[in-house]
Design a protein around this ligand. Sequence first.
Ligand SMILES: *Cc1c(COP(=O)(O)O)cnc(C)c1O
Length: 385
Amino acid sequence: MSRKRFIDPFEPEHIRRLVAEFGSPLLIVDCQRVRTQYRKLRKALPGVDLHYALKPLPHPAVVRAIVDEGGWLDLATTGEVQLAASLGIDPARCIHTHPIKRERDIHNALEYGITTLVADNPDEVRKLRPYAGRVALLLRVSFRHPGAVCDLSRKFGCDPEAALELARLAAREGLNVSGLSFHVGSQAADAAKHVEAIEVCARLLAAARRERLGACDTLDIGGGFPIDYTEPAADIGRYCAPMRRALARLPRRVRVIAEPGRYLAGPAAIGVATVMGRAQREGHWWYYLDDGVYGSYSGQLYDHARYPLSAMRTGPLLPSVLAGPTCDGIDVIAEHLQLPRLNIGDLIVGRQMGAYTWSTASTFNFFPKATIVAANRQPGDSGGV
Ligand SMILES: *Cc1c(COP(=O)(O)O)cnc(C)c1O
């Protein structure tokens, strides 16, 4: 990598410059870090096609960076399909993975040219019957994972014991069961659940293939790959090692794909907020920022994440509280922090804030969402909206 050609937009001088130019609150996305994350995961899962799941950070610059690296997309809604279409992305690089779809969602995905769709129950399979000739169907299987920070198998997926019967129904409806998918949940401590799911799905694929229920040659191992927050996560190479061993035991004809979201987007952005006021309460300095849990810090509520926070100033540390701008009492970002004494106008930086932050933000109380700037979209591109 030619270091000289890319800036580090997370360095204080660039943060200040970008806030001066684009205002606050700001989410600074570094496309070079997106590429780095993509390459690291490719290396940790060789031979696995990585479909970026857009929902953590559905920003054109992120999508472009991943596709330009040779990556693929995992779309789940009509809005995400429209975003991919507006960027002119080849639909052959996209799959649609929402297990529950409206008629128009199915129509829009197929119209765009996507062929791989997901279902996890009989009604959803029947919705696809009119398009049988055009659909490569993945059946989503559920693997409950209380150990993951976000369990995604309670709401979606069929029981492994019911998967074969569902595949038979799909075949009877004239659909091609191209394979199975799962999502074991996000930000898990280890890959044990992934390994269990791969092994169970391998047996199910083999059984479905014996019954000639479709091509049965795709295994989609979902997302969930963890990143550092205030607590560090396992190194991705080590995290994926047991998965690599499990995948190596699959028959060669099985194509393996994954749907990483958090891992690609999370470390690639920082949130920058400005102190808009301060007060001393019960021996603590309270600083009121122009971004909070109704904004970029919404991930603290929905995603259970805790972002590393820092001030761009040094000095003796004092017990401090960072609060959001809204009039609601729940809008507190962090208590029990030790921070230098801050002034109104000072900047606070939240790291690892690319995933499930801006995308889940609201404009409650009419406080606008952070502006996004994407730096390093091309070598030498220092920042732009
Ligand atoms: C949210 C989601 C992802 C991305 O999950 P991460 O944990 O962010 O990697 C992938 N696939 C599906 C179906 C999802 O809903």
